[in-house]
Design a binder for this molecule. Structure first.
Ligand SMILES: Cc1ncc(COP(=O)(O)O)c(C=O)c1O
Length: 446
């Protein structure tokens, strides 16, 4: 039988698959890419063309595709236990993973509640926060606060605390209103202001809101240090430090959504570590399974856990998903954490990030780029594209040209960013930077 070609798969996909976050008609112009297999940072199509995965397949992949160590762990787990429900039962991978994560927080967040996708973890944190207040005798605390430009996922609760009009506006009437406070985005620094001044200014608005509505607010949710989906908006750890203080003063929970920024992405295992604070709830997903399987979780403190511990069933957290704590996903996560330990990943990433920053210098200094920024293994800059027509198609044009240059990069609006897997060798790192420059120069208007 003739092997299937990319064009066979693409035609079949367009007939039967509804692709995520996509206006499907755009595929009349921009072709799909049919992936046949992956190896390390590369994805291959059916004709052997390859693409360097510069965005870790939507920020999930940490140690490359088809990683031999994660594969081995999964094959072993497959022969033991593929799944068992977690209500009334438990198993080795979920226990070991929960213990390891608690240890990584210095046992400040000692309990892990599991789900599958990131948005579900956000829903869980929000429900838990409200329910914890209710159990403590404060049922009036049911409002939530989020940051301008925040992104927490697409389900209704998560979308309610998201502030990206493109994703949210169509569903406005379905969503519960949230308070939106200014983002501490360092790019907002005015003349003579530092990034820390911006953080202090943004905290002022939270203080005012808490003073007015603190008795009604359950929690504020933030993406620590980098607001990714709005366009890699970066801010100072000082903001988190001051926010923790305000939350304590006004008895408001702090939810840290580390779904995108956790697992070493910002330079420390958890982004919150850079502010030396712990939230009341910490959401993880994406990288925690090494980019292998849907796994998300909420870590929380003993105090929150105790607020639910009772003879009374209705004081318990009666939330579940069929695949809660799936053993295969937990085993992939354990293998991922083992790689962090064995390969001294956080220190090695520091070296890799420095190499990439040096290699990206021509873009940082480019006269059509501004606000070059970097935190850990996230690199971004904003393209200056003054023509409104060209600006509105910048991202799609960049993506297509990148593909022709063996790169997978998907700018957010005019923000070009790199968020590669942690396993690039020197040649791949410099190749990624050089090709990004080449693509940028051919896409940006003269
Ligand atoms: C910060 C943040 N929170 C939540 C989510 C939602 O995760 P998922 O797409 O797995 O539902 C994302 C996804 O990009 C995210 O970046």
């Amino acid at each position: 039988m003739k092997p299937h070609t990319s064009s066979d798969w693409i035609a079949r996909s367009l007939r039967s698959v509804w692709h995520p976050c996509t206006q499907m008609q755009h595929h009349e112009e921009v072709p799909l890419i049919a992936v046949s297999h992956g190896k390390g940072p590369w994805l291959y199509d059916h004709e052997g063309r390859r693409y360097l995965d510069g965005i870790s397949s939507w920020w999930v992949n940490l140690f490359g595709h088809a990683n031999p160590r994660i594969n081995r762990a999964l094959k072993d787990q497959l022969d033991k236990l593929e799944h068992a429900m977690l209500a009334g039962f438990t198993h080795e991978p979920v226990v070991e993973l929960s213990e390891k994560l608690a240890a990584l927080t210095g046992h400040n967040l000692g309990h892990a509640f599991y789900a599958s996708d990131g948005a579900s973890a956000v829903e869980i944190a929000m429900k838990m926060s409200y329910h914890a207040w209710r159990n403590a005798g404060f049922p009036g605390k049911h409002e939530f606060v989020c940051l301008q430009g925040s992104y927490h996922g697409e389900t209704m609760g998560a979308l309610a605390v998201t502030d990206v009009p493109l994703f949210k506006d169509a569903y406005g009437p379905l969503l519960r209103a949230a308070h939106v406070v200014p983002a501490p985005d360092s790019r907002n620094a005015g003349e003579g202001e530092t990034a820390q001044d911006v953080a202090r200014r943004a905290i002022g608005a939270v203080r005012t809101l808490f003073e007015e509505r603190g008795d009604n607010i359950a929690a504020i949710i933030v993406e620590p240090l980098v607001q990714c989906a709005t366009g890699m908006a970066m801010y100072e750890p000082l903001y988190l430090e001051l926010l923790r203080e305000l939350c304590d003063q006004h008895r408001v929970h702090l939810i840290a959504d580390e779904i995108a920024v956790g697992c070493g992405r910002t330079g420390t295992f958890f982004a919150c570590e850079q502010a030396a604070i712990w939230p009341d709830f910490l959401c993880l997903s994406k990288g925690i399974s090494g980019g292998y399987l849907p796994l998300s979780l909420v870590l929380t403190s003993d105090e929150i856990y105790q607020a639910f511990y009772s003879q009374d069933i209705t004081r318990g957290f009666l939330h579940s998903h069929s695949y809660t704590g799936n053993p295969l996903a937990c085993r992939a996560a354990l293998a991922t954490l083992q790689i962090f330990e064995d390969d001294d990943v956080l220190n090695r990433n520091r070296e890799l990030a420095t190499k990439l920053t040096v290699a990206l210098a021509p873009l940082a200094e480019h006269d059509r780029a501004r606000h070059f920024r970097q935190r850990g293994m996230i690199f971004a800059f904003d393209a200056i594209e003054n023509d409104p027509d060209r600006a509105s198609t910048f991202s799609r044009r960049f993506f297509s040209t990148a593909v022709e240059n063996e790169l997978l990069l998907r700018p957010i609006g005019r923000t070009v960013y790199l968020m590669p897997p942690y396993i690039l060798d020197d040649e791949e790192a410099t190749g990624l930077a050089e090709r990004t420059l080449k693509v940028f120069e051919s896409v940006i208007a003269p």
